[in-house]
Design a protein around this ligand. Structure first.
Ligand code: SF4
Length: 359
């Protein structure tokens, strides 16, 4: 866990955020218009100075949610607040002052940097766009940013190709820092890097957070990385938040069967604890977000599913025996001693699905 400066005060809040993508051609021949429900009713808070890890399988909607939060994609529904302002689907010009406060670091450093532009000019972009510096002062600020993220300021005129993968990610971090934002969304920022370089970038992010009081939303599918850097963790499944808790609480006592399955599959350093661990093998693939199951979206794969799960959406709430910060969207949260190693039988799935279809 990081030694961040988080205060508990809410910096950004998402309320019931939805993002649906129409499926092209689905309304042909008089059929109804089909949609992919990439994000479907997400409630989330980011507290000032914290790192909130956001985990889930590929395609669960993590990156789409991030883009909606930053206003890079319009939300289909719900509301997004930054500090006290409602920033949901603001126009480009109305969003401009908020754009300074929230930035993004992308997964693929090479893909997010124009290979034909010099690094100094790439990092200078936000400062130029917002009219914050020109000429010598611009160069001074850019070189200061390069130094801050561990790059040699003398390399101002080099091209991205002349840097290693880790250095290119430092360029992305410098560009994100240029406007001194309050919030940085890091979308899989280390997953394209070697393990030794990952640690350097994570340490850099941690020290920048300490020095500048930054708030991070840290998106990753790597549970060890998320455990290392996060204060709290939210687990996403098929467009919804399944569980959110303080990092230690979530890793020591996962309450949602999906979280328990994810953690059971994560590599651990100590082979003895790996041997003792309950391995939960989930049946089937994640369902398509174009046709999500009714009720709890996890029910066709859940070892604890019962018929109510197929027709009643579980609310994301804290249970009586959990701390208020630990919220789980599950009708039957995991209890100590639960055996989750069996996958639901096809009869169970059919019964649950039929119950959902009838409701
Ligand atoms: Fe499993 Fe039911 Fe909980 Fe969903 S609500 S995770 S199906 S027990």
């Amino acid at each position: 866990m990081t030694t961040s400066t988080f205060t508990g005060e809410v910096l950004m809040r998402a309320e019931g955020v939805q993002k649906y993508f129409p499926i092209r051609g689905s309304a042909l021949f008089g059929g109804s218009k089909a949609e992919v429900k990439a994000v479907d009713g997400v409630d989330l808070e980011l507290r000032r100075g914290e790192t909130l890890g956001l985990v889930g399988e590929t395609g669960c909607g993590k990156s789409t949610l991030a883009r909606c939060l930053l206003g890079l994609q319009p939300a289909t529904g719900g509301r997004i607040f930054f500090e006290d302002d409602d920033i949901t689907n603001l126009s480009r010009s109305d969003m401009r002052p908020f754009r300074r406060e929230m930035q993004m670091v992308f997964q693929d450093p090479m893909g997010s940097l124009n290979p034909r532009r010099r690094v100094g000019s790439i990092i200078a972009d936000p400062l130029k766009i917002h009219g914050l510096a020109v000429g010598r002062e611009l160069k001074r600020q850019v070189q200061g940013l390069m130094e801050l993220v561990g790059l040699n300021p003398e390399h101002y005129n080099r091209f991205p190709m002349e840097f290693s993968g880790g250095q290119r990610q430092r360029i992305g971090v410098a560009r994100a820092l240029a406007l001194r934002p309050k919030l940085i969304i890091c979308d899989e920022p280390v997953s394209a890097l070697d393990v030794s370089i990952q640690a350097q970038i994570l340490n850099l992010l941690t020290s920048l957070q300490r020095n500048f009081g930054l708030t991070y939303l840290f998106i990753s599918h790597d549970l060890s990385v998320v455990e290392h850097i996060s204060d709290r963790v939210a687990v996403m499944y098929l467009g919804r938040i399944a569980e959110v808790a303080d990092v230690k609480d979530l890793y020591n006592r996962p309450r949602h069967p999906y979280t328990a399955a994810l953690l059971s599959a994560a590599p651990v350093a100590d082979p003895r604890s790996a041997d003792r661990r309950q391995r939960i093998i989930l049946g089937g693939d994640p369902p398509s977000p174009a046709h999500p199951p009714a009720g709890c979206r996890f029910h066709p794969r859940c070892p604890k599913a019962q018929s109510i799960c197929a027709h009643e959406v579980p609310a994301l709430v804290a249970r009586d025996d959990d701390p208020p910060s630990h919220r789980t969207a599950c009708h039957f949260p995991v209890e100590p001693g639960d055996d989750l190693t069996h996958t639901p039988s096809s009869e169970q799935v059919e019964d649950a699905t039929a119950a959902g279809a009838m409701s």
